[in-house]
Design a protein around this ligand. Structure first.
Ligand SMILES: *Cc1c(COP(=O)(O)O)cnc(C)c1O
Length: 376
């Protein structure tokens, strides 16, 4: 059996090596390393895939979130509602811009921000909501957009884990995850569902004016070369990475299907076990399984993690400490937030290997070892 990894990028590369190598070599031949043609091509290709008007490539997913918030014209102290159960980048950029992160609960089943909790957290200073489409499924964007509309709030979607996921509104219309709010953000970190071979990110919007603003901020606030209208930053998607992404974007749907197939295998294997809650998929979205995450009841989660490691099966805890309990947020009053669902999840979740290259033999071995420990 091939050694099991959380993500097997090496094996994935062997299947696309010819195309990726050719794409890289054409960039080397052109020597257009900064803002080369593949970058513009990728922006067009991704906009087509997502059915969104504007895609602004940038250096990484964290920058995407930061630039998105910078474009909204918020003032220091303005409140931004976001889940605490997320990767640190989401909440970090809020604090970095001297905005006030207001941490709210997630739904214990979907792990995504709870719309009812958003509504309760709104004050006169609230300006934006940053939902996170955690593990690969979209938060309840229909409810979130209703609340945002009612209170005149911006919505910045953190879509780093759910690129390619579909959201279905109650009238049946479908949109791609990340294209529903004011601005959507994603990351092309290598292990993401659409990953490059270094750092990369992108911002999406259907708003023409915001698109101009976002582009300008990502490029030193520059409107015309050497004329800088606003304080911006330097955040570019590397041409080499864009060339790789043009190859990999064509495979994204296939990659999602492979992840879903692996997930179905696990879910079937764990079905009916009372100690394991397998991923819950609400009717409004599908799941692109950036992670396959279990919630364990009456099981020593860290014990399982160690047991699996002893059998050369990696597993991960995403995330062991919620944002509001990070030292980083002590001065933002992080400890004053009371988020029992978030605390409970950080004690209970465990993610199993999930990627595009998992073989049935590996899945069977992983599932059997999980069950062996759980049923002990
Ligand atoms: C990966 C990730 C980011 C940040 O992306 P980088 O490209 O690493 O900066 C932000 N939010 C979430 C939820 C992520 O998973």
């Amino acid at each position: 059996m091939t050694p099991i990894q959380m993500v097997d990028l090496q094996k994935q590369y062997t299947h696309i090596k010819t195309d990726v190598d050719a794409a890289i070599h054409s960039v080397l031949d052109s020597c257009a390393f900064i803002n080369g043609k593949p970058v513009q091509d990728f922006a067009v290709n991704l906009a087509g895939y997502l059915d969104v008007k504007h895609v602004i490539p940038c250096a990484n997913g964290t920058d995407a979130l930061q630039i998105a918030l910078m474009a909204l014209g918020l003032q220091p102290g303005d409140e931004v509602i976001t889940p605490s159960f997320t990767y640190i980048a989401t909440t970090e950029v809020i604090a970095l811009l001297r905005l006030k992160p207001v941490f709210v609960e997630v739904d214990p089943k979907t792990f995504c921000i709870d719309p009812a909790a958003i509504e309760k957290a709104i004050t006169g200073k609230t300006k934006a909501i940053v939902p996170v489409h955690l593990y690969g499924q979209t938060a309840n964007m229909e409810e979130i957009m209703k609340i945002a509309g009612k209170h005149n709030l911006f919505v910045v979607e953190d879509n780093a884990q759910a690129i390619g996921a579909d959201f279905t509104f109650s009238d049946g219309t479908k949109k791609k995850s990340g294209t529903i709010g004011t601005i959507g953000c994603t990351s092309f970190f290598p292990s993401k569902n659409l990953g490059c071979y270094g750092d990369g990110g992108a911002i999406f919007t259907n708003d023409d004016k915001l698109a101009v603003q976002l582009k300008m901020i990502a490029n030193h606030g520059q409107s015309v070369k050497y004329y800088h209208d606003v304080v911006g930053c330097n955040s570019r998607l590397d041409t080499l990475q864009a060339a790789i992404l043009n190859v990999k974007l064509k495979k994204l749907d296939e990659y999602i299907a492979a992840r879903q197939k692996a997930a179905q295998y696990y879910t079937k294997a764990f079905a009916g076990n009372e100690k394991i809650a397998t991923p819950f998929i609400p009717s409004y979205t599908n799941h692109v399984f950036h992670q396959y995450t279990l919630v364990l009841e009456r099981v020593d989660r860290n014990g399982l993690n160690t047991f699996l490691a002893e059998h050369n099966i990696p597993s991960m805890i995403y995330y062991p400490v919620p944002a509001h309990r990070q030292k980083m947020f002590a001065s933002f009053g992080g400890n004053n937030f009371n988020l029992p669902v978030t605390d409970w999840l950080t004690q209970r979740v465990i993610s199993l290997p999930i990627h595009t290259e998992l073989e049935e033999e590996q899945l069977a071995f992983i599932a059997s070892k999980v069950l062996e420990y759980i049923n002990k």
